[in-house]
Design a protein around this ligand. Structure first.
Ligand code: ATP
Ligand code: MG
Length: 337
């Protein structure tokens, strides 16, 4: 059954995956309005709910196992829906196991380092899911579209020579491979919105007072560079979708559908990692059983010695099942606390 679910998720996300080595032309290859046959938002709600429940379960195991970490990189143009995707997809998971980092224009301190430095600093630890709201991919997107960003990076002359972008693609791929080899899986999501949908979302930010704060005139200036960004995204997707860290292009014109896709891709990765609760050694199991007996002896008169034993098969205390009241031998006061 679980395999069945894993297979359905894998099938669902397959059309979104950028095949490593393929050449992407965003406009030709990916439809921002795609809905995979799910017609209405309402039909998608159940899907998203089961997706987020599954994520919550896997995240608990990921944390308990403490061996793998997962980094989710979210890229999109302004109003592409990154914030809402994070909010909805992560709604069921324990906030302690997730860290979100938003990357803005680099600070002076950050510019004093190599360009990957600030991203490495915010990597999730083992057992955690880290989310990059914008990521190291800005280094080949906004920095490419606006070369003045590159000039601010204080690179030595040699590092500005030749094909800077090809070199960065390679460095990014190498870095991600290094992370993957060391137990950090990378989930790369590009929220692919149409130009018309962006126009409508910007207008909504202007028209609805509660959304005014979200609007910035800089966003409209960036919109003017739409074609340059599409071009930069296409190149980036072609060059950096790898076997170890493939890109997924999520249709982003219907926010509810984007969220289902994001949950599905993340779930796919977690299912693949298949984190397990740590196995308890025989010695620890004996200690658990002893501690269990001790607690049972403390049961107040009339209370079940262990109300849980019946409901937890193989409850780790050996024996399992219902145990008889073994306490109440007259030594305890029966006081609470
Ligand atoms: P929102 O607008 O939804 O709050 P946002 O991610 O757009 O979220 P902003 O503060 O509006 O956040 O924008 C951050 C800006 O920082 C973006 O324009 C982005 O291109 C820019 N940025 C991010 N990384 C870099 C970088 N390495 N070099 C230059 N600019 C960058
Ligand atoms: Mg913005």
């Amino acid at each position: 059954m679980a395999d069945d679910r894993a297979e359905r998720i894998a099938e669902f996300i397959e059309p979104l995956r950028v095949a490593p080595g393929s050449e992407v032309h965003l406009a030709r290859d990916f439809d921002p309005g795609y809905k995979a046959g799910v017609r209405k938002k309402k039909d998608g709600e159940e899907l998203l709910r089961s997706g987020t429940e599954l994520l919550a379960d896997y995240q608990r195991r990921l944390a308990a196992q403490d061996t793998y970490g997962v980094l989710v990189c979210l890229q999109a143009l302004d109003a592409g829906g990154k914030d809402g995707t994070i909010r909805h997809v992560m709604s069921g998971v324990n906030p302690q196991g997730v860290r979100v980092t938003a990357f803005k224009v680099p600070s002076a301190e950050e510019l004093d380092h190599d360009y990957l430095w600030r991203y490495a600093r915010h990597m999730p630890a083992r057992g955690e899911i880290g989310i990059f709201n914008r990521s190291h991919y800005e280094e080949v997107l906004v920095v490419r579209v606006h070369p003045e960003n590159l000039r601010r990076q204080k690179l030595p002359a040699a590092a500005r020579k030749g094909d800077v972008w090809e070199r960065r693609y390679r460095e990014i791929n190498d870095w991600e491979r290094y992370l993957t080899d060391n137990g950090f899986r990378i989930v790369k999501l590009f929220l692919n919105m149409s130009k018309e949908e962006q126009r409508i979302r910007f207008l909504k930010r202007i028209d609805v007072p509660e959304r005014n704060w979200k609007f910035s005139s800089a966003d409209v200036r960036e919109r003017a560079r739409w074609d340059d960004y599409q071009w930069a995204f296409s190149h980036m997707l072609s060059a950096t979708s790898t076997e170890w860290a493939p890109w997924y292009v999520l249709p982003a014109d219907h926010k509810w559908f984007t969220r289902i896709c994001a949950a599905a891709v993340l779930a796919h990765t977690l299912i693949d990692i298949d984190p397990r609760y740590p196995q308890v050694s025989d010695e620890s199991r004996k200690q658990l059983a002893e501690a269990g007996r001790e607690l049972e002896r403390e049961a107040p008169k009339g209370a079940a010695a262990d109300p849980y034993a019946a409901s937890v098969p193989g409850s780790g205390k050996g024996g399992g099942g219902k145990r008889k009241h073994s306490g109440g031998r007259g030594k305890r006061s029966g006081k609470k606390g």
